[in-house]
Design a protein around this ligand. Structure first.
Ligand SMILES: NC(=O)c1ccc[n+]([C@@H]2O[C@H](COP(=O)([O-])OP(=O)(O)OC[C@H]3O[C@@H](n4cnc5c(N)ncnc54)[C@H](O)[C@@H]3O)[C@@H](O)[C@H]2O)c1
Length: 455
């Protein structure tokens, strides 16, 4: 569709493109010629790779409130262990925890956390605070792009008012905004910042052009121009909700099949021979994306007086996998006449998924707490997680050289270090009676069936 057609269609729908903030490409050429800077606010799993890739073409300043993280970044060490040291080499980037650096930028990208609170409601505190930092240094002609995952409408309803109020500048006249969700998958070396199509959106036509031009320069896979900020915001939550729902269905099935004494993986293998069957598997849904983002849309839907019944039920099903696993283990142990206070369980892996050190919203950690609550002695092992962080977040001492024979071993997270272990390797921490609970459920052939359990 041509631009003229697009304009006609939007005008027909009663939607007018706002007045242009600046001439198309003027800021872009300044950025690409390094006469102006790009600032990245929040240098975590999302912000750091973004900043470093941007710095292959633009002059970038990276700002993060976490001073110790910034100290490591200055020495080209990524605390998230996603970027190797050589990725920093030859990049035009500086790191700081001093927000005044933002006064040197014209194009800002905000990539701060968007967690949920104890009531599972969006916690927008970091986003509001990062927006306020940008607002203090906002100048005429600037563009602010948000990458954090939010609910549809958040950029315009929450961030723009903060930018206007603090900067005293006028939205879409003095400054513009964009929204471009991040789709990276930590630990995934194939789908990276440059190889994933980037969804971009802008508050004006020229902002959309600018945001698209900036990302196109560094993202090899190219960009998808969404028609509005809200569409781009919704697209991101929907990607994760789709996974949540599909995994939720598998989790519900696996709970039914455990009662029917059928192995879920066997069922899915058989059903998967049909051409249009989608392959999803049961499991613990943790981390800061799939287990969190649905609550953003749920909360927005509720605010708009719509009850998102399916999304809420799916969240309940996925959360119920923790007591489900604990209960199944308990029943089997009971059947073996174990006394609760003498039962020892070794849990292998506490990161929220395989091959990452990230323990945020770890459902394995919740499983360990659930087992402890039921009176078991739980020992947790993880070769990647930071012991201090585990202690700080969950109160466990990590033990990476556990000794003795455990009554049950939970294969919770399939880190590379565990993948190739045989039954006999696991038996170093057990005996022939030791139960093996394989959460991923793909090691059935490795273990005697009398001791093997899975989802
Ligand atoms: N990690 C992922 O896999 C992933 C993937 C896609 C989208 N996202 C989304 O991207 C956003 C960022 O996630 P992340 O995993 O990179 O988080 P993170 O916790 O790894 O990093 C966020 C960084 O922001 C910094 N920060 C917090 N408040 C700040 C402020 N006011 N000013 C400056 N810096 C501040 C923190 O110190 C931290 O270093 C979230 O909305 C998340 O949902 C994450």
């Amino acid at each position: 569709m041509s631009l003229a057609q697009l304009k006609t269609e939007n005008l027909a729908e009663g939607r007018q493109f706002p007045k242009l903030a600046y001439k198309k490409d003027k800021l872009f050429s300044k950025l690409i010629n390094k006469e102006e800077n790009v600032a990245v606010v929040g240098l975590g799993y999302v912000g750091l790779p973004l900043a470093v890739h941007m710095a292959s073409k633009f002059k970038v300043v990276g700002f993060d409130v976490n001073e110790s993280k910034v100290m490591q970044l200055i020495q080209h060490k990524d605390p998230c262990e996603e970027l190797p040291e050589e990725e920093f080499k030859g990049k035009d980037i500086s790191f700081t925890s001093n927000e005044t650096i933002l006064k040197n930028a014209k194009f800002y990208v905000v990539a701060v956390p968007t967690p949920i609170d104890n009531l599972k409601k969006p916690n927008l505190t970091p986003l509001k605070s990062a927006t306020a930092s940008v607002a203090k240094y906002l100048k005429k002609g600037d563009c602010v792009v948000f990458e954090s995952t939010v609910f549809p409408g958040c950029t315009e309803e929450v961030c723009v008012p903060i930018l206007e109020r603090i900067s005293r500048l006028k939205f879409n006249e003095d400054f513009t905004v964009g929204y471009s969700p991040e789709r990276i998958n930590p630990g995934d070396k194939e789908h990276t910042f440059t190889s994933i199509t980037k969804i971009v959106s802008g508050s004006t036509e020229s902002a959309l052009d600018l945001v698209a031009n900036v990302y196109e320069t560094v993202v090899t896979a190219g960009v998808h121009r969404a028609p509005s900020l809200k569409v781009a915001e919704a697209a991101k939550v929907v990607e994760n909700i789709q996974r949540d729902v599909n995994i939720g269905l598998m989790n519900e099935l696996s709970q039914i099949f455990s009662v029917l004494e059928i192995n879920t993986k066997d069922v899915l293998k058989a059903a998967g021979t049909k051409w249009n069957f989608h392959n999803y598997f049961p499991g613990l849904v943790g981390g800061h994306c799939i287990g969190v983002d649905p609550y953003y849309l749920i909360s927005k839907a509720r605010e708009m007086k719509h009850a998102p019944r399916l999304l809420e039920r799916v969240r309940e099903v996925n959360e119920s996998m923790i007591p489900h696993i604990a209960l199944r283990l308990e029943r089997k142990l009971y059947a073996r006449k174990f006394r609760k206070n003498s039962v020892s369980v070794l849990v292998k892996g506490i990161a929220f998924k395989e091959n990452v050190n990230d323990i945020r919203n770890s459902k394995t950690a919740e499983l360990c707490l659930e087992l402890e609550k039921r009176g078991y002695n739980v020992v947790v092992q993880d070769p990647l997680a930071d012991p201090k962080e585990v202690k700080r977040h969950y109160g466990f001492e990590l033990n990476n050289s556990p000794e003795g024979e455990f009554d049950a071993i939970v294969l919770a997270v399939d880190h590379e270090d565990y993948k190739h272990l045989s039954y006999y390797d696991h038996l170093k921490n057990g005996n022939e009676e030791t139960l093996i609970f394989d959460v991923k459920g793909d090691k059935k052939d490795k273990f005697p069936k009398e001791v093997y359990m899975s989802l």
